[in-house]
Design a binder for this molecule. Structure first.
Ligand SMILES: [Zn+2]
Length: 315
């Protein structure tokens, strides 16, 4: 089989850019405000049909609250299995008069996509789906298995996620959970930030070890895992920047659900710009970040697919 090198990615992305943005717009136009119970069912149905169209076997699964949209692409039980987590619900839009553009009519302005959910989390969720789609477009097939769990209650604090994961543990079994998040300040110089943190910690307690990983290190995912290096490399390649590797960082994300209940390592990687204004009027996503996110997903899939010995590389 002739494979297309990943260098061809840029070309493919340039060709598909308009179509990809249009797909994102379709999802952004659908309201899904969990705290006000507006448009949730409609959004779950729309997301399911879009995932079906991408060739992902998808189902809507009920919880005690808003439904989960679950999808999978299983190639071979022996392959590495990646679980991608995201959410399709968004924050309310008030105060409406502070928006430059209507929140559910996505608009491009100055290289950014404006709309509720552009950064948190619809744009990043679509970057993952389209990354998978792009990879298949390049290579014809995936070298790993991928499961997708998109919940509709993240903006409510994920009240039913832990129970859902407990009930469906076998179904969700994976080697790594990959979450998209919004916390990193990507536009700042990563080394500079790291050095400042490092010096600060050294001053107060030289015994504390400050480590670089590719994303924040949550509860029980060790930065020493080979898998963290693999993902860091993928991030470096796609964003052409040294990844900002955070020592532990506070987060409202339900990360313990993965590390403690599902008992798998978890990596959190933000695809959105730091000034995305999530939860605020004029939420936006830089188009170049959206495309880099798609690219990053392709590199992560590629890197994970090259790991022959799954167990060794996790522990
Ligand atoms: Zn949020």
């Amino acid at each position: 089989m002739v494979t297309i090198p990943l260098d061809r990615l840029d070309e493919l992305l340039a060709n598909n850019k308009d179509e990809y943005i249009e797909q994102l717009f379709t999802l952004l136009r659908q309201k899904s405000i969990s705290t006000q119970n507006v448009g949730i069912t409609e959004c779950a149905n729309l997301l399911k049909s879009m995932m079906d169209d991408l060739g992902i076997k998808t189902q809507i699964m009920q919880t005690n609250g808003h439904p989960v949209v679950y999808g999978e692409m299983i190639n071979d039980e022996k392959f590495f299995t990646l679980l991608i987590y995201g959410h399709y619900d968004v924050q309310p839009v008030e105060p409406l008069d502070e928006w430059k553009f209507p929140p559910f009519e996505p608009t491009i302005y100055d290289g950014r996509i404006y709309g509720r959910g552009a950064g948190d989390n619809t744009g990043q969720l679509m970057a993952q789906l389209l990354g998978v789609n792009t990879y298949i477009g390049l290579f014809g097939d995936l070298p790993i298995n991928i499961k997708f769990l998109f919940e509709g209650e993240e903006e409510l604090g994920s009240p039913n996620l832990a129970a859902f994961v407990k009930e469906n543990k076998e179904l969700l079994k994976a080697n790594l959970v990959y979450t998209l998040d919004v916390l990193l300040v990507v536009d700042q110089d990563p080394m500079d930030i790291f050095n400042k943190i490092y010096k600060h910690v050294q001053k107060h307690d030289p015994d504390i070890e400050v480590t670089y990983i590719s994303s924040m290190e949550p509860s029980r995912t060790s930065a020493d895992l080979e898998i963290v290096k693999v993902v860091a490399n993928a991030v470096r390649t796609s964003f052409k920047q040294e990844p900002l590797i955070q020592p532990s960082l506070g987060s409202s994300l339900p990360d313990y659900v993965w590390t403690k209940i599902l008992e798998v390592p978890s990596i959190i990687m933000p695809y959105a710009n730091f000034d995305q204004r999530n939860h605020s009027p004029n939420e936006n996503l830089r188009i170049d970040y959206f495309l880099n996110g798609i690219k990053c997903t392709c590199h992560v899939i590629d890197a994970l697919g090259k790991q022959k010995n799954v167990q060794k590389f996790l522990f």
